[in-house]
Design a protein around this ligand. Structure first.
Ligand SMILES: C[S@@+](CC[C@H](N)C(=O)[O-])C[C@H]1O[C@@H](n2cnc3c(N)ncnc32)[C@H](O)[C@@H]1O
Length: 374
């Protein structure tokens, strides 16, 4: 990939390396970081070199041209956090790339659409479904609705409008995605505001890596930080039943809907923070949300965790140590390293992978499978 904004746009920080050089750099850095735990070979899951993001957000920049007309541009931050106007972005999917200039042209046709617009979010899918959220510093009215509906029709996309205390979904607030994982199709509806993995191709490979590196089990799986069921639903095929928890209401709603889309009845989703769930499981606190669930019905032999950047809190880390098998997906190697300091006192690492979700940045995701030491 060769982008004209390399060195200026702060979203791509590893612009001075070819894609293969970036991978080698990240692999060596992480092997060094985790060398006190393991010297095994890491599995390395690559991204596409360009057009890999199905989710993106851009600022909108306003200015007047020489005729006094208002001109809108997409914008990012430069390395000094100043505004950098851009007319394209190479890391977003081909579909987002195609829609970006067409959308801008339509927005500039009417001040009702363009006035006080300050940011645009794109959420795309491999099925070509797309949700575009227009975010404003003004109240959205009936006239805005009418014009935004015309954009939906002209571009064959879904449009939402957001402003302070306002959220308007014109035709829908979600998009449909179908992921083919180990030759099996899984259907998902991705909800606006819910967490979704940005690099679809790497996401598929992350799920496959987990599925292909664990045994089929006649016992149950406990999952924390489950989001909309991205891992939960494919992983449920490997277990007797699954209990999955997550803090976000939007994500749990989405997970329940995704279960229906895949006719899965093996999974129970609970809206609980990881910390609350540990208290419920260890019977130190009672929760109304657990009243219809008999936790003693579960015979867990594995825990799956994909926490946010902060990693595991103390109580969750301690709970994980009680499980025979731990599967840990991490978006922050620093907190993963901290958590492994504890987990490797009781468990040994049997598999380690790096997933390059965010090519052209320093960021890397990791996957670790651990087994209890006997
Ligand atoms: C990295 S995302 C992973 C989501 C999911 N595994 C996926 O692949 O889409 C982390 C998730 O943890 C949730 N979360 C954040 N803090 C939490 C907490 N304290 N307890 C439970 N879930 C939490 C977030 O809402 C988010 O959905």
């Amino acid at each position: 990939m060769n982008c004209k904004y390399f060195g200026m746009c702060a979203s791509c920080t590893l612009f001075d390396k070819s894609y293969d050089e970036q991978l080698t750099f990240k692999l060596e850095r992480e092997k060094e970081r985790f060398s006190n735990f393991t010297t095994m070979d890491f599995d390395l899951i690559k991204s596409s070199d360009k057009n890999f993001r199905n989710r993106a957000e851009f600022r909108i920049w306003w200015e007047k041209d020489e005729n006094g007309d208002e001109i809108l541009s997409y914008a990012m931050n430069d390395f000094k956090k100043d505004i950098l106007k851009i007319d394209s972005c190479q890391i977003v999917s081909a579909h987002i790339q195609e829609i970006m200039p067409k959308l801008l042209d339509l927005l500039m046709e009417d001040l009702i659409l363009s006035y006080k617009l300050f940011s645009v979010e794109f959420l795309g899918s491999t099925t070509n479904d797309m949700l575009v959220t227009l975010i404003y510093h003004k109240k959205l009215d009936e006239q805005w609705n009418e014009l935004a509906k015309q954009i939906e029709e002209k571009l064959n996309i879904k449009v939402m409008g957001r402003s302070r205390k306002q959220k308007i979904a014109l035709s829908s607030d979600s998009i449909n995605e179908t992921l083919t994982i180990n030759n099996q199709e899984f259907k998902f509806a991705y909800q606006e505001g819910g967490f979704t993995q940005p690099n679809t191709n790497v996401n598929i490979q992350m799920i496959e890596w987990v599925l292909n590196n664990i045994e089929d089990s006649s016992k149950d799986l406990c999952e924390l930080y489950c989001g909309g069921g991205n891992f939960t639903i494919p992983l449920s095929t490997k277990f007797n039943k699954v209990l999955a928890t997550e803090i976000s209401k939007t994500s749990i709603k989405s997970a329940l809907n995704n279960c229906d889309l895949n006719n899965t009845n093996k999974i129970t989703f609970l809206r609980m923070s990881a910390e609350e769930f540990v208290q419920g499981l260890q019977e130190v606190r009672t929760f109304n949300r657990l009243k219809d669930i008999n936790l003693k019905d579960y015979n867990f032999d594995a825990i799956f965790m994909d926490p946010p950047r902060s990693g595991l809190d103390n109580t969750t880390r301690n709970l994980a140590k009680d499980f025979e098998n731990i599967i840990y997906i991490s978006c922050n190697p620093e907190t993963l390293h901290r958590d492994l300091e504890e987990l490797t006192k009781t468990h040994e690492i049997v598999r380690f992978a790096l997933f390059d979700q965010f090519a052209y940045t320093n960021h890397i995701e990791s996957g670790v499978i651990l087994k209890m030491i006997r």
